[in-house]
Design a protein around this ligand. Structure first.
Ligand code: DAH
Length: 341
């Protein structure tokens, strides 16, 4: 039995010192010290020994057990330390490596122009309104005094979403005039920018989706003078204080009288050049005094209140501001183009 104990002692210490993984070490613990382990098996045979030998062998077996346990614990500590060293070596962080640069985007040039314009209107006491792009024909046309046979209502011009022509993608932000007058208390001073849609082929100056900015003022005693004063102030803030403007008579169903506003070409000073297509003037917006029928339709008494409205294309403003020659560049979102702004 002594030899067997010594053999177990020797082989256990050897195999423990050779283990490389915690799982192998655990297997050895079971193999030697477990309930069905080699040492336990030997202890069970103690009963067959003589009374003198039994304590001696018992003592020896306990010593072997203690030695093996100690060896396993020590090896376990060694393996843990080794694993930690490996992790430290593989997970080192080199704080001197240059960081990865984040590619930051920036605001689209058209939205920069829009923000500028919003600021101008907010400064004049206007509120900014947001509205639906999927709109009722009632708001886009009918309540804006647009007759049933108006060409803009044709299926060839407008994106309808229902067979009965009642729901459409709005063709103008003027629909927001009606929404404002129906929901807000007087006086009203609002501007509403947003997307509009028309069945236009894409070219340098057209797109089936573009942006408009609508404006509406309704109060007692509002006149054409207010319209001209306000729009002159806005346009001079956008295009520069020395900008020369003119108002031409025009027709819109929802205003009476109606006009278009031009600015004198800043390139040629009114003589005529490619920028103004030889006209000397560049059209910037449509406007007019809100039609009494439109006011009445929204429950506002035209004998007490009057108002003016205007609408301008945002792309055209952005193209002019940044001297961009082709509207497609605005929507293509080619980063090489956008990075210039
Ligand atoms: N909605 C018009 C268009 O798309 C622009 C316009 C003209 C808006 C006159 C107005 C206005 O508010 O009074 O051409």
């Amino acid at each position: 039995m002594k030899e067997q104990l010594e053999a177990i002692h020797k082989s256990a210490l050897e195999s423990v010192s050779e283990t490389k993984a915690a799982t192998d070490l655990e297997a050895l613990r079971v193999k030697y010290l477990g309930k069905k382990g080699e040492l336990t098996g030997l202890l069970k045979q103690m009963g067959g020994l003589s009374a003198e030998l039994r304590p001696i062998m018992g003592q020896m077996a306990n010593d072997v057990r203690a030695a093996v346990e100690k060896a396993i614990d020590e090896q376990s500590a060694i393996l843990e330390r080794r694993a930690m060293e490996q992790r430290l070596a593989s997970e080192t962080l080199d704080v001197t490596i240059p960081g990865k640069k984040l590619r930051m985007g920036h605001k689209h040039p058209m939205y920069s122009v829009l923000d500028e314009i919003k600021d101008i209107f907010i400064g004049m006491g206007f509120e900014i309104l947001d509205g639906p792009e999927v709109e009722l024909a009632d708001y886009n046309f009918t309540k804006l005094n647009t007759p049933d046979d108006h060409p803009a209502r044709e299926w060839s011009d407008t994106f309808y979403l229902t067979e009965d022509s009642n729901v459409l993608l709005r063709t103008q932000t003027s629909s927001m005039q009606i929404r404002a007058m129906e929901t807000r208390s007087l006086p009203i001073r609002v501007m509403s920018p947003g997307r509009v849609y028309r069945k236009d082929e894409v070219d340098a100056t057209h797109s089936p989706m573009f942006h408009q900015i609508e404006g509406l003022v309704v109060d007692q005693g509002i006149t054409m003078g207010d319209l001209k004063g306000t729009l002159n102030a806005v346009i001079r803030k956008i295009y520069g204080e020395n900008t020369v403007t003119r108002f031409r008579p025009h027709h819109f169903p929802f205003t009476e009288p109606s006009c278009e506003m031009d600015i004198q070409c800043h390139k040629c000073g009114g003589v005529g050049c490619p920028t103004c297509k030889g006209e000397g003037w560049i059209e910037v917006l449509g406007a007019g005094m809100v039609h009494p029928k439109v006011l009445r339709g929204c429950g506002i008494d035209p004998d007490v209140y009057s108002g003016f409205a205007f609408g301008m294309g945002l792309e055209r403003l952005a193209l002019g501001q940044y001297k961009i020659s082709d509207m497609r560049l605005i929507f293509e979102n080619d980063v090489r183009f956008l990075e210039q702004f």
